[in-house]
Structures are given as C-alpha cells and as structure tokens.
Design a protein around this ligand. Sequence first.
Ligand code: KIV
Ligand code: ZN
Length: 515
Amino acid sequence: MASDHVVIFDTTLRDGEQSPGASMNLEEKLRIASVLEGMGVDVIEAGFPIASEGDFAAVNEIAKVVKNSTICGLARATHMDIDRAAEALKPAERKRIHTFLSTSPLHMKYKLQMEPDAVHAAVIDSVTYARKFTDDVEWSPEDGSRTEHDFLCRCVESAIKAGARTINIPDTVGYAVPEEFAALIKMLFNRVPNIDQAIISVHCHNDLGLAVANSLAALKVGARQVECTINGLGERAGNAAMEEILMALRTRSDAMPFSSTVKTEDIMKASRLVSAITGFAVQPNKAIVGKNAFAHESGIHQDGVLKNAETYEIMTPESVGLTQSTLVMGKHSGRHAFKEKLIGLGYELGDNAIQDAFKRFKDLADLKKDVFDEDIIALVDDEVVVRANDRIKLVSMEILCGTEHRPPKAEMALNVDGAVNTCKATGDGPVDAAFNCVKQLFPHHANLQLYQVHAVTEGTDAQAEVTVRLEEDGKTVNGSGAETDTMVASVKAYLNALNKLLVKREKTDPSALSV
Ligand code: KIV
Ligand code: ZN
C-alpha cells in the first residue's frame, strides 16, 4: 500500500448507531454495509458484538456478505468481548478486531477504577488475545487526546509489540483543537520507537465542530487511517463526517496530497440512505450533502455560475453523485424514465424495489400533477425504511375533524403480530386522536419527544414527511413516514418508531457496556 494511501474506516454502524435515536435493524444495516462496500470503503466497523444479540447478528451477517471491505467488530479489553467479536467475524473474508481501553487519568480513576499499571497490562493482554483470532488487530486508547503523553507512548508501544497493526487515537470527547491534535500525533511518531510497524489512525468526535479539521490535521503529520461516519452521525455531536473528509481530500489535493480509493460519486446515495434509515434529516446547509450545498440563491452568484461554474463552485455536484436533470416526471412518465431518474438521483435499486417504488410513484402522480425530485427522494427513502419485519402494521385509518367534529375522532385497524384489531379514539386534534388509537391497540409507555412535519415540496398537494421520536427507559428512536396524507404519514412514522423501539428493547442496558 502506498504511503500516501488513507484508509477510510467507516463506523456509521457502530459509533453512528450510538447516536440517541439512530437505531437500525439488521436489513437496514446490511443495506448500508452494501453501499459502503460499493463505495470502496476500506474498513466497515459493523458493530459491537457483545452489546446485544442484534449487534452480534449484524456483524455476523455483514461478515458473510461483504467481500471487498474489511469487517471490524469492537471489543472491550476482556476475553469475553474479544471472543464474541471473533465469533461474529468468523465468516468474514477480511476481519479486524478493534479493542479499546481508556487511558486518560480521568477515565482510569473514575470509570475503570484501575491503576495505570493494571491498564497497561490489560492492553497487552487484550491485544495479544485478539491476535489469536486475526492478524488484523486495532487498538484504541479511549480518551486518547486527554491521556498523559508518557503513559500514551508506553501503551502504544506495548500494543504494537503485542501485535496491533493499527493504533487509533480517539478524541473521544471532541476536546482537541487541530494544532494540538496534530502535535499529539507528531509526538507519537517522534517518541514511540516501533511506531513504523503500525498504521496510525484517528477517531475524532465533533463536540466543538472540529472533528474533520482535527482528522485532516492528523493526516498532515502522518496518520493514515480516518475513522468517520456518513453524515457525521455518532455519539453526542457525532463523528467526523466521511463525505467532508473525502471531498476535502479530493478538492484540496494540493494541500493534502493523499490518495483514497473511495468513490466520492456515491456520497449522496450513502447520505440519503443513512438519513432515510435513521430518520435523521440532513440540515440544508450541511457541507457536501445538505440540500443547499450546491444551490445558489443570490442573483450575483447565479450569474457567475452560469458564466463559469468555478466562480462559486469549488467542486462539481457530479463529484458527489448529484446529476443535473431536466426530466420532468408526471403521471405519463414510464418505467424507463423513472429508472433513469432514480439513477440520476443516485439510487441503485434492485428490480423489486424499483417495481414497488414505480407503483408508489404512479399513485403519487395521480394525486400530484408535477412530481419533483424531492418527491421521488421522499418516496424512495420511505421505501428504504424496512417495514417488512414490523410487528405493528397499519391496516386502515379514518379521521374526522373540523368545526363540526369536536373532538376529532380517529378510527383505526392495526395488525399486531398477525392479529388485526380495530378501535376508535378521540383527541385534542386529529394527530392526537390517531396516536391515541395506536396507544389503545398497542399499549406502551413510550414518551413522544418529537413530532415534526416537513412538506417535501411547495404547494398544498405536497407530500408530508413526518418524523416521530419516542423515548422509553432512556432509549430513543426516530421513526419516519412520507405520504400526501399528513395523517397517514404521521401514523406511519409513529408505528415505525414503535417497531424500532421493540427491536431496541432487546438491546443490552448501556450501563452493562461500560468497561
Ligand atoms: O470515541 C471513542 O473513543 C470510541 C472508541 C471505542 C474508539 O468510539
Ligand atoms: Zn467514538
């Protein structure tokens, strides 16, 4: 591997899934893994196998189907964790065990309640043990950026000696600033005698909005692996956003002459998929993947771009997978045009998914005269939300509201685990009445934390994209639904969140995960 090659390590399915509310089911994780593999991502961290049966299954299934990317499983510094990761990774053609242990004074004293010597011994033991299962072992000193330098050097040197081929330095709490983080990496290169026997990686959190800047600063001084997530998903304020790292490297190759084999043209596809699955909307002004990232509002800018796009565009929309298209879709558009439109929008769907999406497009075109790109994106994204294994499904609903119908009334039929039941309920408004029906048919104690409606396009015939966030015992999930009927979209979003919560109930209590 050339020394300027940057290994792109995606942790959307592990750290990304640790975002409150961003839980994904197995099919959804497989779909994301397949897109990441198609993009050419070098390493996919598919989960934390000891965390739950669901995490184990995800790593295991992804390990079976992904051939071109290395599949990685996370493990704490215990044999039990490492055994579980190794078991989950068994089918992988290329597997990596990523083991970690906190090394900062704060974490060692309060979280681990371990003395530095015991931590050091556990580092050696965990890496040595992980090497029994694979040559590809990565070790991370959690809270690395707040670790004392002497101790960090000692642990890194020992981890390499014990067989770690990648040493990942996390800025776990997003505290570092670029010059300081670069200096930390440089310090390791200067002081750790066997540093040339490992690839140095960085894993930056975005609490101060510096995750990408810190990662790039580290690359400039010799780091050659970046850990990142699609759309910057991740714990708290998230991780370094892969799309920003990739486009910074591509656009500013003059300042950062490193190579990556990841296809930037697949960025939009990956971003939309992750956003649709998690229900985490991308903010319009988000770099690279925001709706406005390539939009020009001011007349002066528009004029400049028409004369020469480079006046205001430092990268082309095509380079991230956005294609400009003049194809107008309507009820007379055929399957071929629809398929072309999907490709133009960055979607590659299988025949069955195209068939389903086309049917929904025709239904939509019957309701709406003009179908815009945003409509098709909402429609396909809604299709992408895997509902096939849902325990609770909407069969039918009807709402009565208005000045003559006080209080608003809802009637609904739900299929719960194969049994169809109906009910009637009232509420303060139509949404409240509909959600009360759901609560009657499937009693639960989850709290509604967010109910958000977004009109996909302008006009009163626009599709409504609804997001619902539910919380139960500290676990939060987001559900989404898109329909021209806002009430149906609302119930679909509520049911999507409830179904995700049922999956999440099986997950291990997070407190059991602390080292
Ligand atoms: O942020 C962090 O320190 C982590 C480690 C497990 C690498 O996610
Ligand atoms: Zn992290």
